[in-house]
Design a protein around this ligand. Structure first.
Ligand SMILES: [Zn+2]
Length: 403
């Protein structure tokens, strides 16, 4: 059995407590044996020892919404053209390259919210078999959508209740880890309308039930209030984007709906994709399209939801325009600038809360018994989030993948 000791100047364990000074992490095989403070001298040390002076140890990052087959090109049209043209073999190569890049950037788990055919499951399985190196992947396969609806070009169209049942069962048969529905239209698909619901409450509820019967959670894409009440009522575990827009230029937070989300332990997935990164990207500052002109309203409404107590994760939607998977750090820094979250709150959303949201209870915090998914960054990210740009070492399930 492999075992090792890791030391650094600081450790932030994701549990909500303060940073530990001069910690020592004992890893045994795939799991954490102990996290100790004050760097005690190990009585018996059979394994190797790794010291990271000047560094901080954190739980591996978790991005709860990515698209491994997307290429993060500058326009939606170019991304869609590529995804619809390419063969599964080509898409597999891109997804694999994205997965590898994510892991090198310290993202040890990703949840893929929409691929083509069963490409993402194939990448997931290749990583599980250890044929290739990458993060743990949860895959929904293809998202369920309507004729010409959001992401219909990924190929899983279902309009009637019977078709919705069949699509859900097909994804389970194709070994999806969870089910994803496009409950409203999306900005990326011009034939769809973000202000309109794509499904009624019955269809939305069926997807959750079919998933639940198979022991899997469900995620819903929601870009306006047109579908939010129905999605909350149906019991979706995560509400992707969780957008409260009621009219073209009006957002309206609803405390009753938010209360219900809290009571039902539902998670809002706050999107910090390229289009939110105006602090970093000139292209976005110059862009006058609706989603970007609405950013202030959107951020303000999201901040209200956070203050109200709704649980949230911060995800990148990686692969969509201007959102390379390895720049999770820019998304997280956007949340600091735009939502005024503290580094502690941001890291919590991207580790412990993210793990809970996607029902992976073996990770997200650095404690005895949890999986040894950890990263080492130079400096102190609790003081300065830019530390996340340079991840020095990454361990996944007790194995160094970058060191
Ligand atoms: Zn997405």
């Amino acid at each position: 059995m492999n075992s090792c000791l890791i030391t650094a100047d600081r450790l932030w364990d994701g549990s909500g407590g303060p940073t530990l000074v001069r910690p020592l992490v004992r890893v045994s095989d795939t799991h954490i044996d102990a996290v100790e403070r004050g760097m005690p001298q190990p009585a018996t040390c059979t394994g190797e020892r790794y010291d990271f002076p000047g560094c901080t140890i954190l739980p591996g990052l978790i991005d709860t919404h990515v698209h491994l087959v997307f290429s993060a090109l500058a326009t939606n049209e170019a991304i869609i053209e590529q995804v619809t043209r390419e063969t599964d073999a080509e898409l597999f190569q891109r997804a694999l390259a994205n997965a590898e890049a994510a892991l090198r950037a310290g993202i040890t788990t990703v949840r893929d919210c929409g691929g083509k055919n069963a490409v993402v499951q194939a990448v997931r399985d290749a990583i599980r078999r250890r044929d290739v190196v990458g993060p743990d992947i949860l895959a929904c396969g293809m998202p369920i959508t309507t004729t010409l609806g959001h992401c219909h070009w990924l190929g899983l169209v279902a309009d009637s209740l019977e078709e919705v049942d069949a699509a859900s069962l097909r994804m389970l048969a194709e070994d999806a880890d969870f089910l994803k529905v496009m409950a409203t239209g999306g900005n990326m698909t011009p034939t769809s309308d973000p202000m309109k619901a794509q499904y009624g409450s019955e269809a939305l509820a069926r997807i959750v039930e079919i998933g639940r019967a198979a022991g899997k959670h469900a995620a819903a894409h929601v870009l306006s209030r047109a579908a939010l009440p129905e999605v909350v009522a149906a019991g979706y575990r995560t509400i992707e984007h969780c957008d409260w827009r009621v009219e073209e230029w009006r957002y309206e937070f609803d405390p009753d709906l938010a209360r219900r989300m809290i009571d039902q332990e539902q998670y809002a997935g706050i999107t910090v994709s390229g289009t939110t990164r105006r602090a970093f990207l000139e292209e976005i500052r110059l862009d006058t399209s609706g989603p970007i002109r609405r950013l202030d309203m959107r951020f303000e409404c999201e901040r209200r939801m956070m203050d109200f107590g709704v649980k949230y994760t911060l995800h990148t939607d990686a692969g969509v325009r201007l959102t390379p998977i390895e720049r999770f750090d820019l998304g997280l820094r956007t949340a600091q600038i735009e939502h005024k979250l503290t580094p502690h709150e941001i890291l919590q959303a991207a580790t412990a809360t993210a793990a809970k949201a996607i029902s992976l209870n073996d990770r997200g915090v650095l404690q005895a018994g949890k999986r040894a998914d950890l990263i080492v960054v130079e400096g102190d990210p609790l003081r300065d989030l830019t530390c996340l740009e340079k991840v020095k070492a990454v361990m996944k399930a007790g194995v160094w993948v970058k060191k």
